[in-house]
Design a protein around this ligand. Structure first.
Ligand code: FES
Length: 137
């Protein structure tokens, strides 16, 4: 009987794809409530934890304003974290000052450029207006 190749490379994929045993990065379910202009049907998606919230919103087609290019200087990226906000890092003084300048802030207000995604779920409500739109209308 012919020899069977016992030292052939494993092509079954059983251990490939895990990249040297690295655990996959945990993800957070992002649920955005419907908004008439930015997201009429609402949307849900998964994002890797640790990413900045505004980047993930933009990546999924939600055109949240970001007039200062995401450096916590304009408050146009204001969102309300209706669920899950207690699990992300709380706002620092600079963010709190900017939130005070946003359109219709409340206790669940955050700036999407300052929030690092964390926890099992973030439920977002986008304000009806940004500071810029409120001025225009
Ligand atoms: S993009 Fe300006 S404060 Fe977030």
């Amino acid at each position: 009987m012919a020899d069977t190749p016992t030292d052939a490379p494993n092509t079954t994929g059983t251990s490939a794809g895990t990249r040297a045993g690295k655990a996959p990065r945990p993800t957070t379910r992002i649920r955005v409530l419907p908004h008439p202009r930015l997201c009429p049907e609402g949307i849900e998606f998964e994002s890797p934890q640790g990413r900045v919230l505004i980047d993930e919103l933009l990546r999924h087609g939600i055109a949240v304003e970001h007039a200062c290019e995401k450096v916590c200087a304009c408050s146009t990226c204001h969102v309300h974290l209706r669920e899950g906000g207690e699990l992300v890092t709380p706002p620092d003084e600079e963010e709190e000052d900017r939130i005070d300048e946003a359109w219709s802030p409340d206790a669940q207000s955050r700036l999407a450029c300052c929030v690092r995604i964390k926890g099992p779920l973030l439920l977002l409500e986008l304000p009806r207006y940004s500071k810029n739109h409120a001025r225009e209308e």
